[in-house]
Every structure is written in structure tokens, then in C-alpha cells.
Design a protein around this ligand. Structure first.
Ligand SMILES: NC(=O)c1ccc[n+]([C@@H]2O[C@H](COP(=O)([O-])OP(=O)(O)OC[C@H]3O[C@@H](n4cnc5c(N)ncnc54)[C@H](O)[C@@H]3O)[C@@H](O)[C@H]2O)c1
Length: 380
């Protein structure tokens, strides 16, 4: 017998879909005590929320998130709304004793993130942030290989997240579809949107970052604002590059931009260790490139591991070896781990505190770029 876990989802956009899909499918592929029930979805437009609820199988609709948070029949609030709404919703949900899953970045900045951490820790409610790339099997395998010591001492961690969708200067900022270009809704540009993913993965794989030296650029300085109709200054960073030093002594080199013509979502990382190197690429997410210097010289070279075998992370729950899975499965894995954490009492990561540490790196990057100097990352 499975125990129902009533989900209240706020926002029905990109992430509202990705999460709803994960709740709907997780119990078909993972043996778990808990079963998510799509209880209610919240969005400001009743018609759109109703249409979404009908399509995805939600039982009810709310148009005000406060009402959703107050409902007695909701166990878990899932925050799938723009960044400037995360803190207020999460703090109210914690006070109401709800479990909380929050989209990334956790907050608009570190100070706001800390208030969210304090709220969930005070209320002792299970919480997690959707840094889903940790659960791409090839990325999880990277963690396994590092933890087994296969790379030895790590010298370099290099990550990029490249897109090209904001190059057109006529693209407006703000409003429903373009809140990412509006600093008031997003907090920052590519730093909080794209680098946040790279940093979460990096802290998980390679430990904390001590200091950073960053440069950001806003290539298009003014855009029409969808909410005011006026041409306004653009407050987000279009591109961000930083170098830094990890606590383990390895060197960090990171880049993210929405101005890399030809790249849509090219998230890559490469880690160079004393014995071995690893390279991963989101456009080819089921493959892990691995080079091991300890191989016999005549056959030494980069291996392309197709991460689809039954003993690869998560893959035993899916199809037969050789058949790959995709982007949406990383969310299914994250829900599965969260539910398993409820079952075992060993919470799935990243929780709010873990995501707050990423937020502190984001703050340090933005401060370094503003002040044109090295910045020490605060400890979380
Ligand atoms: N984990 C990931 O890889 C990933 C990918 C994309 C987005 N995100 C994050 O997810 C969040 C949402 O992004 P998205 O791409 O799904 O955005 P989106 O624009 O597709 O959807 C946002 C939704 O929030 C709703 N909304 C906005 N304000 C609201 C309010 N006050 N009350 C109720 N609903 C409200 C909108 O109507 C819409 O349904 C952001 O924090 C973003 O950074 C994470």
C-alpha cells in the first residue's frame, strides 16, 4: 500500500510541466512508499489553470497561492514560479507546516536565501531545490567515479552553459514569457539562471569554492519593458565569466551566456584529475567521456561511456541496457530520491541550505564583477 502525498503546484509553465510529469510517472518506475497525488495547481488565470489541471489530472485549481498554502489537504508545496516569488511563498509554506520543493535559484540573493533556510529549518519541514542536473545518470556517475578516487587529486574544473536566445535587441524584457530579462523578477541574468546550475553541480562534485574573480556584461543595454510599455535600462547580466579557487586547491573556470550564437543549452563540464579526466555535455546527456591515464598505453584514449546499463545510476529502473533516457527523467529521479528520503529519514539533497551555498557563490560572482576584484565566498 502506498501513502498518498498531496501536491500543490504553483505555476504551470516550463517547470510546472516538468514536475507534474515527474509526479505522474515516478511510481511506475520506482518502488516507493509514497505516491504523489496531483491535488491542486495554482496560477493567477483561472481559465489557464483549469485547462492545465484538466490536461495533467490535477483535482483542483487555486488562483491565489496563499489559498493553496492554507489548504489542509495539501502536504507539499512545489514552487515553479519566477525567482522573485520563491521566498515569500516558501516562508509562508514553511509556517503552514508544508513540505517544500522550490525551483532554482533558491532566492534573489543570499540574504533572502538565508531567510528561507531559517524558515524551513525552524519549521522542520522536508525541503529540496530542483537542481535537477545532479540526477542525469551520467552526472551521477561522475560523482561516483570521483568519490571512488578514480581521478585522484583534482586540478581543474571547467564548466560552461551557453545559449543564444536573447541576441535580438528588439526582444522586450519582463512580463509572462520574458521575466528572465527583467532584473526585478529574475534577480540576475545568466548568473542566477545558468551559472547556478553549473555551480550546484560543481560544489556537489568538487567541494566548496573559496574565492572568485568575475566579469559580467550586458550587451543590450536597453529594451522595451512589457509591463510598462517603455524602453528601460536592462538590469540583468547577459554573460558572466569567472575564475576561482576550490577549497581542494583546484582551479575553477566558468562561463555562461545567452549570446553564443548556435548554442541552445550547451551545458558542459570537464574535470581534470591526476589520474583521469571526465567530460560531460548536456546535448549528449547519456554519454560520459572518460580518460584514464592508468590504461595500458597502446589502448589509452578517451572512452565514450553510454550511460544506459543496468548498473549505471538510476538506469536499472528504466528500460533494457543500451536504451537511453532524457531530460525529463532527471526530474523523475529527483522526486524518487525525495520520496525515498521521506521513507528512510535521510533527506535528498540539495536542500535549501545546500542551495543557499550556491546562492553565496552567485552573490560573490556578482560582487566581484561590480567591484572588479577578487571576492571571498561567504560560508553557508
Ligand atoms: N531546474 C531547471 O532546470 C529549471 C529550468 C527552467 C526554469 N527553472 C526555474 O523555475 C522557475 C520557473 O521558471 P519557468 O521556466 O517554469 O517559468 P515559466 O515562465 O514557464 O512559468 C512560470 C509560471 O509561474 C506563474 N506565476 C508567476 N507568478 C505567479 C504568481 N504570483 N502566482 C501564481 N503563479 C505565478 C506563471 O503564470 C507561469 O505559469 C524559475 O525559478 C526558474 O529559474 C528551473
Amino acid at each position: 500500500m502506498t501513502k498518498p502525498l498531496n501536491i500543490g503546484t504553483i505555476g504551470y509553465g516550463f517547470m510546472g510541466k516538468a514536475h507534474s510529469n515527474a509526479y505522474a510517472h515516478v511510481n511506475y518506475f520506482f518502488d516507493l512508499q509514497y505516491r504523489p497525488i496531483l491535488k491542486a495547481v495554482c496560477a493567477r488565470s483561472a481559465d489557464k489553470a483549469k485547462a492545465f489541471a484538466a490536461k495533467w489530472g490535477y483535482e483542483a485549481v487555486e488562483t491565489d497561492w496563499h489559498k493553496l498554502v492554507e489548504r489542509k489537504d495539501i502536504d507539499l508545496i512545489d514552487i515553479c514560479t519566477p525567482n522573485n516569488t520563491h521566498a515569500e511563498i516558501a516562508i509562508a509554506a514553511a509556517k503552514a507546516g508544508k513540505m517544500i520543493l522550490c525551483e532554482k535559484p533558491l532566492a534573489m540573493n543570499g540574504a533572502e536565501g538565508l531567510r528561507m533556510v531559517e524558515a524551513v529549518e525552524k519549521a522542520k519541514v522536508p525541503n529540496m531545490v530542483w537542481y535537477n542536473y545532479r540526477r542525469v545518470p551520467a552526472v551521477t556517475l561522475t560523482k561516483q567515479l570521483i568519490d571512488e578516487g578514480r581521478l585522484g587529486r583534482i586540478f581543474h574544473y571547467r564548466a560552461k552553459f551557453l545559449q543564444d536566445w536573447t541576441i535580438n535587441p528588439e526582444l522586450p524584457q519582463g512580463g509572462t514569457a520574458l521575466w528572465r530579462l527583467d532584473a526585478a523578477a529574475a534577480g540576475s541574468g545568466v548568473t542566477g539562471d545558468l551559472l547556478a546550475h553549473c555551480i550546484d553541480t560543481a560544489l556537489w562534485l568538487n567541494g566548496s569554492i573559496d574565492c572568485v574573480n568575475a566579469m559580467t556584461e550586458t550587451f543590450v543595454k536597453e529594451r522595451k519593458h512589457n509591463l510598462t510599455g517603455k524602453v528601460e535600462k536592462v538590469g540583468i547580466d547577459d554573460a558572466a565569466i569567472f575564475m576561482g579557487r576550490f577549497h581542494n586547491g583546484s582551479l575553477a573556470s566558468f562561463e555562461s551566456t545567452r549570446y553564443a550564437r548556435g548554442h541552445k543549452a550547451l551545458y558542459t563540464f570537464e574535470i581534470n584529475g591526476e589520474h583521469a579526466s571526465i567530460f560531460w555535455d548536456l546535448h549528449d546527456l547519456h554519454r560520459l567521456q572518460y580518460f584514464d591515464h592508468r590504461d595500458q598505453g597502446i589502448v589509452r584514449g578517451w572512452r565514450s561511456i553510454h550511460v544506459s546499463d543496468g548498473d549505471h545510476p538510476y538506469m536499472g529502473n528504466w528500460w533494457v541496457p543500451g536504451l537511453q533516457i532524457g531530460y525529463e527523467h532527471s526530474f523523475v529521479h529527483q522526486v524518487a530520491d525525495f520520496l525515498k528520503g521521506l521513507e528512510t529519514g535521510k533527506p535528498a539533497m540539495p536542500d535549501f541550505r545546500d542551495a543557499y551555498r550556491t546562492q553565496l557563490v552567485l552573490d560573490a560572482i556578482l560582487q566581484s564583477a561590480r567591484e572588479k576584484k577578487w571576492v571571498t565566498v561567504a560560508r553557508g
